[in-house]
Design a binder for this molecule. Structure first.
Ligand SMILES: *Cc1c(COP(=O)(O)O)cnc(C)c1O
Length: 219
């Protein structure tokens, strides 16, 4: 399959999973994860109609997306990798959704930059559902308090939660935990599922799935 066929294949599988889960068609958005691929590799995917993309590094994204966004007006770019506060200004300037808000310091830096730039990307809180020491994200039991802090103390509007389950575990329980936390916090958006488990994620209520290698090929 070429890249357009792989894109259509993934979209077909999402549609099938939505139907199987008795969810409305189109209720799970495909975020095409283009990290490590350059502008020339991404253009055919944009040409095939894909508009929502994910990247995990701010600097790498600037190199290609300033150009690609200038070419196509309605791109929605998601930051799905860890964010350092010294990159907050660049992240606010480039991204439409930041999925990796996971600590007070970064939330404060984002709030300050949003004020300065008069720009308000949508924000998700990343939860470390597996409590993995090497992985970013707030602990599940601290999630509700952190969301409250973002809302009340910083005036940030949080739209949803995101998680990356431990690679070697069954993702279902992690997706279920994230869905439960989102419900408790009154959040509607759930960013779960990657190339290996996006159909499962749709069954667990994903409002967006982040799929890279199944579209772009191995990195
Ligand atoms: C790279 C990445 C993905 C996509 O992974 P694939 O297995 O290639 O689909 C999804 N989410 C995050 C946070 C990533 O860093």
């Amino acid at each position: 399959m070429d890249i357009e066929e792989r894109l259509q294949d993934v979209k077909g599988k999402i549609a099938k999973a939505e139907k199987y889960a008795r969810r409305p068609a189109g209720s799970a958005t495909l975020v095409a994860v283009s990290k490590t691929f350059d502008a020339d590799a991404i253009r055919p995917v944009i040409a095939a109609g894909q508009r929502v993309f994910g990247e995990n590094r701010v600097q790498e994204s600037q190199g290609k997306w300033l150009e690609l966004k200038a070419e196509t007006a309605d791109i929605e770019l998601h930051l799905i990798g860890p964010l350092q506060s010294n990159k907050a200004a660049d992240a606010i300037a480039l991204f439409d959704v930041i999925e990796t808000v996971d600590r007070e310091k970064i939330a404060r830096a984002l709030a300050e930059e949003m004020g300065k730039q008069g720009k308000a990307p949508k924000l998700y809180v990343q939860v470390n559902t597996g409590l993995e020491p090497q992985k970013a994200g707030i602990a599940p039991k601290e999630t509700a308090a952190f969301v409250e802090f973002c809302r009340k103390d910083l005036g940030l509007s949080i739209e949803g939660l995101m998680c990356i389950p431990p690679a070697e575990e069954n993702p279902g329980p992690h997706f279920a935990l994230l869905a439960k936390l989102a419900k408790e916090c009154g959040l509607e958006k759930l960013s779960i599922g990657m190339s290996g488990d996006f159909e499962t994620a749709v069954e667990f209520g994903a409002t967006s799935v982040r799929v890279g290698s199944a579209i772009f090929g191995a990195r």
